[in-house]
Design a protein around this ligand. Structure first.
Ligand code: AMP
Length: 588
């Protein structure tokens, strides 16, 4: 298939932010796509070559790209740099330059999607001393045969700046329409995606085997399963109302969630956002196979940092010391951990997702042997408010954040946040009753002590209905100098020229970021807001919700994806709870 078809589709998609239009463009594209390359197209649409959990990075630096453009066009590096400075986007710059140039050059051969994909794949896998030269050779050979528009998209993919703002749900809508004629079949695709985290594979399956094939989709060992999430409740009373009169309560430990895939001695660890984090925890890789019964297994646990002398749980932040590329052995001894299991998702070639909680917990305890390093998360069956309070106290005293409450007879719902799991946290210091995890969407340069950093950040909630990020507040307090430095390091590479179409905000910002990083904030209360877009029109027409006096808690939630941030639904619940408290107080 010709790459020009994909480049045209990219061009159309870049110029809209309307989900329906995007879906339509995708349907038109998928209709033209042969089934053997549909997975590749789905990855390319997201600016990737393979699903995220495989960790394949193109890693081409701007300098190298500029040299490659120069090599293929014969235009001096300086001139390309000038154009780049003017347009702010190397893809655009290259297309402008080549536009002038092609008037005098012949195109040698049409480039195909297969060729572009394969070349990009080779580039991603190059290592070693000659890799830079080889990369340049590959890139300039592609650019040689590309039209200006094609060249601009090849460069954007290479540099990681292709930002079409297409959400996974939109891709699945379009796949359902193209291959089954009905958007509602998205649900079936969603299940396959939830158990495989591989949208390309889902696309290939529906294209080659139809909906029936997708329905039969099974868990694949070493492909992460999208995690089940919990709703929040604010009190024991609310928990009983929602969960009935008998359910499980587990400690909610403050660590890093991990999904362990194990077969024999092979262990792979995935974070909550499905990144392969195996290299940070060589101690887990070594010790876990010894305590497992079974040929293969997928488990979920919370990794928690501990004080080696007292055995006490330490806060999540301690684990950050493990996130390093070098000298990990030292960090392993200096920052000891325990692995606290709470679920089993697969065992001996069989999915456990359909099993009820009770059965999964039994299976978990049967197939793992506890020791100093490996524990089951403490669990107790509770039947009334007092029993919850008592277990909550034990949990807080042990250094955890609160409780996770789980219905006894429900299956594991991969990839969804529902009422079968609830979280009950204790955070006395915070007037709202809970902290919020918000997505950083914009930044403002700091003054004085904060010069050179982003002094204030613009934050957003996740809107599940429209699959976008809605602004809710600016936050400028709670940051230590160290936090500001660290945030700058993380955020700077996420700066975009154009606001990502999934950001819904009318605020001005000095810079816009890719909506990726999640941070935790507390606030005094939630107010109605004419400017912010969170929960717009939900409480009052033309009005959204905003946080009053927000403050950064110091927690950068690297383990969370943007879609795991607090949702507008949650903010509405907090807002309503708060008005109810005010109302009750007035009555007293
Ligand atoms: P939150 O980050 O506040 O949305 O809470 C959900 C997180 O709590 C999960 O992603 C886990 O990392 C963590 N967690 C701690 N203990 C448990 C538990 N017993 N069951 C499930 N998740 C837990």
């Amino acid at each position: 298939m010709e790459f020009s078809i994909l480049a045209d589709a990219f061009y159309k998609m870049e110029s809209t932010r309307k989900r329906l239009e995007l879906t339509q463009y995708l349907v038109e594209l998928f209709e033209k796509t042969p089934e053997d390359i549909i997975s590749k197209i789905v990855y390319l649409l997201q600016g990737k070559l393979r699903p995220d959990f495989e960790g394949i990075e193109l890693g081409v630096a701007e300098k190298l790209a500029i040299r490659s453009i120069s090599k293929s066009s014969g235009i001096p590096v300086k001139r390309i740099e000038e154009e780049y400075r003017e347009s702010g986007d190397l893809g655009h710059a290259a297309s402008t330059i080549l536009e002038q140039k092609t008037q005098t050059t012949f195109l040698v051969e049409d480039i195909t999607i297969e060729r572009v994909y394969e070349t990009l794949f080779k580039i991603a896998n190059l290592e070693g001393s000659h890799s830079q030269d080889m990369k340049m050779k590959y890139i300039s050979s592609l650019l040689n045969d590309a039209t200006p528009l094609e060249a601009s998209y090849i460069l954007k993919i290479l540099l990681g700046t292709l930002r079409l703002g297409i959400a996974e749900n939109t891709v699945m809508d379009a796949l359902a329409i193209t291959f089954s004629g009905n958007k509602d079949n998205r649900k079936i695709l969603q299940h396959a995606y939830n158990v495989s985290s591989d949208l390309g594979k889902v696309a290939e399956t529906i294209a080659t085997k139809g909906l029936e094939g997708v329905e039969k989709f099974e868990i694949i060992l070493f492909n992460p399963i999208r995690p089940m999430l919990a709703d929040r409740v604010k009190s024991e009373k609310e928990a009983i109302e929602k969960m009935g009169n008998e359910f499980a309560a587990e400690y909610k430990l403050d660590g890093e969630r991990v999904q362990l895939h194990i077969e024999g001695e092979k262990v792979v660890l995935f974070s909550r956002s499905l990144e392969n984090i195996s290299s940070y925890y060589p101690d887990i890789i070594e010790k876990i196979p010894k305590v497992i019964q079974g040929d293969n297994i997928i488990l979920e646990a919370e990794i928690v940092a501990i004080n080696e002398n007292t055995g006490e749980f330490l806060p999540f932040q301690e684990l950050m010391h493990r996130r390093r590329k070098y000298k990990i052995e030292k960090a392993v001894t200096k920052y000891p951990i325990t692995v606290n299991f709470f679920d089993i998702l697969y065992h001996n070639g069989r999915s456990c997702l359909e099993l009820r909680y009770k059965e999964r917990r039994e299976k978990l305890e049967k197939n793992i042997t506890e020791n100093e390093f490996v524990k089951y998360i403490p669990m107790c069956i509770v039947r009334n408010e007092n029993e919850i309070t008592e277990f909550m106290e034990n949990s807080i005293n042990a250094g955890s954040e609160g409780l996770m409450l789980k219905m006894l007879d429900k299956p594991y719902q991969a990839g969804s946040r529902g009422s079968h799991w609830l979280k009950l946290k204790r955070e006395y210091q915070n007037e709202l009753g809970d902290s919020l995890d918000l997505v950083v969407i914009g930044g403002y340069f700091g003054k004085g002590r904060r010069t050179g950093n982003y002094g204030t950040l613009l934050l957003a909630t996740y809107d599940e209905d429209d699959d976008e990020f809605t602004s809710i507040c600016k936050v400028g307090t709670g940051f230590s100098d160290e936090d500001l430095d660290q945030l700058f390091q993380i955020l700077h590479p996420k700066v975009t020229i154009k606001k990502n179409p999934r950001i819904n905000s009318e605020m001005e910002a000095d810079v816009w970021f890719e909506p990726e990083l999640v941070i935790e904030v507390v606030a005094s209360d939630i107010t109605l807001s004419p400017i912010h877009k969170a929960a717009r029109d939900k409480i009052r027409k033309d009005t959204g919700l905003a946080l009053r006096f927000p403050k950064f808690t110091g927690k950068i939630r690297v383990e969370k994806a943007a879609e795991d941030a607090s949702t507008n639904e949650e903010v509405i619940t907090l807002f309503k709870g708060q008005t109810k408290v005010a109302h009750d107080k007035n009555l007293m």
